[in-house]
Design a protein around this ligand. Structure first.
Ligand code: M7G
Length: 329
């Protein structure tokens, strides 16, 4: 790990260029040369910092662009091992303190080694603002009956739009980022870098496999008929990542979220060495375990209580509270 993608991908750069993605928003319309995209953040009016982390070196900001709600996420990128020689040689150094054998410096790298991964959601909904705001969370256990009477009606009325998913499946967006696709309508999927990964280094490798079938909302819908689909994603996803990035299956964490944010079945592929958000036991379900569970019991995920976290301000939390499911929270 620590290798740059450019190194392991020298011959594939043509088929997978790292272009900035256009959004459907008028605000982000671009003249074709990317100039509108380049200046878009200068119009961003900051309203509130939703979250920041000195440890993760990121900040989530809520604001407006041309009267449209927007969220900007800034994140310092990891230091790639292959840039070290240049970084140490070509940066300027300012001494901050020295005491005996100990000294602190501020290193100012050349601009191209000092980039900040930047994500923009525009127009953003209130639900996006909530998603990124720091909030108290608590565990909830959802029974089969809770799913039917609380969660399902909630999903049907309030979940995030999955238009971005359809854009990928219909080749209207991120076409050049596709790493692998299987066109089979039943067992097929599209594998591509996740929104959270800038694809510059393998340390934080993060891809998602989006299934072609449109009617599988989440883990809860998985039954024995989906085993060929799940096995196909596991096998071909691993093979494609090995081929493209030279990362073997034993270095990958492959899982589904429950609850997901987007109710169109997708599988997360992250580097085992990357502490990816949402990879904890309260949300991540290993795909290999899911396959075994469904094989052992075809309706395992329909009947089994599932535990996950909810945020205090989440509308789903209010529904569980109203149903008397969160007596102490
Ligand atoms: P999730 O489990 O539904 O929710 O995962 P989470 O976002 O709370 O983890 C959806 C995954 O899709 C996340 O890892 C997102 O970063 C990723 N994602 C979301 N959007 C809107 C996009 C997108 O437009 N393109 C790509 N490539 N990935 C996305």
């Amino acid at each position: 790990m620590g290798d740059s993608i450019e190194k392991s991908q020298e011959n594939q750069e043509e088929s997978c260029p790292r272009k900035k993605q256009k959004t459907a928003s008028d605000t982000n319309k671009n003249s074709g040369d990317g100039s509108a995209d380049q200046s878009i953040l200068s119009k961003f009016q900051i309203k509130k910092v939703l979250r920041d982390s000195t440890r993760e070196k990121n900040i989530f900001i809520h604001g407006e662009i041309d009267d449209q709600e927007a969220i900007v996420i800034l994140e310092k990128t990891p230091i790639g091992q292959d840039t070290l020689v240049e970084l140490l040689k070509d940066s300027s150094l300012q001494l901050k303190m020295k005491n005996d054998i100990y000294s602190n410096y501020l290193l100012i790298p050349p601009a191209h080694l000092n980039d900040i991964k930047t994500s923009l959601i525009c127009p953003a909904t209130q639900k996006h603002v909530k998603k990124y705001q720091v909030q108290e969370t608590f565990l909830v256990e959802e029974t089969e009956e809770d799913y039917r009477s609380i969660t399902l009606p909630y999903i049907q009325s309030q979940s995030f739009s999955v238009q971005w998913v359809y854009n990928i499946l219909e080749k209207k967006a991120e076409v050049e980022r596709i790493v692998f696709e299987d066109p089979d309508p039943k067992t097929g999927f599209v594998l591509l870098p996740d929104f959270k990964w800038d694809t510059k280094q393998l340390d934080d490798l993060y891809l998602i496999a989006i299934v072609r079938q449109k009617d599988i909302k989440s883990l809860r819908d998985l039954r024995s008929e989906h085993i060929p689909l799940l096995e196909n994603i596991l096998k071909k996803g691993q093979e494609a990542i090995l081929q493209r990035y030279s990362v073997p299956a034993c270095k990958l964490r492959i899982y589904l979220h429950y609850q997901p944010s987007y109710y169109h079945l997708h599988v997360h592929f992250t580097s085992l060495s990357h502490d990816a958000p949402g990879s904890g036991v309260e949300r991540a379900h290993l795909l290999s375990d899911v396959i075994l569970n469904v094989k052992a019991n075809p309706t395992y995920y329909q009947h089994r209580p599932l535990t996950f976290t909810l945020r205090a301000d989440d509308n789903l939390a209010s529904k569980f509270r109203e149903a008397g499911k969160l007596p102490d929270c």
